[in-house]
Design a binder for this molecule. Structure first.
Ligand SMILES: *Cc1c(COP(=O)(O)O)cnc(C)c1O
Length: 403
């Protein structure tokens, strides 16, 4: 049963579940032993169109037959096309492609600092971030995220990040000073436990940025590309950022990310100020364009909203049936969380035993991040498996503790 290699030479930085997947079909991930799992983790919100989506397979293999990599020393038509499409569908008018979310945030942070430096204010480099945030695992993004457990032991914390509580305007205004360059926030915290920033707070952040000449950075690495039922989560609030990082869903499983910005915010990023060897690679660009073909097709996001409503209603019923286990349903669209009263990691293991993949998050939350292509059948199947998992957790509660 266990597929964990006994003598792995990988860094032991992950507590990996003892299951290895061999292939996938839409919302299903199939293990080496033939066991089928309904994949409501989607590789942590990455496989937005499920596994082996025919349009993505076609785009990737067709590109693989032509040319894999050229570098940013040359013009890349597919990258130009993807960037233009992203701009047409968002607030942005400038794009920089990266390989990951953390790199997209690195670009966002550098861009915000450079914006002020280029205007003659290099002293404005500080960025205000929010408690419970997650922005990645590079040295700058762990400092931005502010979580002690990720920062400790890695030398001096990168300077220039000031963290304030999630919804505390007094602390926020106190943190804004003459050295502040930007505010950076996830519209819905993913790793932090599906905590949605109230629309009134997002509006207030925009006002404060406008008042103080700051840039507003949205980290939509997890919330973007249809996940919440809109192309990007900021559309729910009507508040547009100046800079936005994206990744995860945009590659549908191919590693890629991007930093999007207004022309004004990107003004400091001139020739030679930033770079990447792999970012914007033709394979990634082909897949990114193919993802947009599907996600931006008429009716697709409406389908996501409809499915999400169905899932949310079923989860509310599930919560009523398992009051000892489930405390609250959180999130937006197909980025939903069960805030639990019992340990979330136990629940994740029970769900896996019931054939459902879900992902733990902070604040004792279990995340449901299904591929956006699921329908009512998969919703019903997932809820039946969650019911089974909750039942197993309850049965364990009812048993007197061993010893
Ligand atoms: C996943 C994630 C990141 C980091 O992305 P990587 O590709 O792992 O570097 C940053 N911010 C948010 C909100 C994320 O969900």
């Amino acid at each position: 049963m266990s597929t964990l290699p006994a003598s792995s030479v990988l860094l032991p930085t992950y507590a990996r579940a003892p299951v290895a997947f061999e292939r996938g079909e839409g919302p299903w991930a199939i293990a080496a032993d033939g066991q089928r799992y309904l994949d409501f983790g989607a590789g942590i919100a990455v496989n937005a169109l499920g596994h082996a989506h025919p349009h993505l397979v076609e785009a990737l293999t067709a590109q693989a037959q032509r040319i894999w990599h050229t570098s940013n020393l040359y013009t890349m038509p597919e990258g130009e096309r993807l960037a233009r499409r992203l701009c047409e569908a968002t607030f942005a008018s400038r794009v920089f492609f990266t390989n990951s979310g953390a790199e997209a945030n690195e670009c966002a942070i550098k861009m915000a600092r450079k914006y002020h430096a280029a205007k003659g204010h290099p002293e404005r480099y500080r960025i205000v971030t929010f408690e419970g945030a997650f922005h990645g695992r590079t040295l700058a993004t762990i400092a931005a995220g502010g979580q002690q457990k990720y920062i400790e032991g890695f030398g001096p914390k990168v300077e220039g990040f000031d963290q304030v509580p999630f919804d505390d305007e007094a602390a926020l205004t106190a943190a804004i000073g003459p050295e502040t360059a930007a505010l950076m926030i996830e519209p819905i915290q993913g790793e932090g436990g599906l905590r949605a920033v109230p629309v009134r707070v997002l509006k207030r952040l925009r006002e404060l940025c406008d008042e103080h000449g700051l840039l507003l950075i949205f980290d939509e690495i997890q919330t973007g590309v249809g996940r919440t039922g809109k192309f990007f989560a900021y559309e729910h609030s009507g508040v547009a950022p100046d800079i936005m990082s994206i990744a995860k869903g945009i590659g549908g499983g191919f590693p890629m990310g991007a930093c999007l910005a207004t022309e004004e915010a990107a003004a400091g990023m001139t020739l030679g100020t930033h770079g990447t060897t792999f970012g914007g690679n033709p394979l990634a660009m082909a897949v990114g364009n193919a993802v947009l073909d599907v996600v931006l097709a008429p009716g697709f996001l409406e389908h996501v909203q409809k499915t999400a409503l169905r899932l949310r209603q079923s989860l509310a019923q599930l919560k009523d049936q398992h009051p000892q286990v489930i405390e609250e349903i959180r999130g937006e669209g197909l980025m939903l969380g069960l805030k639990l009263k019992t340990p979330n990691t136990d629940f994740v293991a029970q769900a896996r035993a019931a054939g459902l993949l879900v992902v733990a998050a902070g604040d004792n939350v279990v995340r449901l991040l299904p591929p956006l292509i699921i329908g009512e059948g998969e919703v019903a199947e997932a809820v039946a498996r969650l019911d089974k998992a909750a039942g197993a957790v309850e049965a364990a509660l009812a048993r007197p503790a061993a010893e």
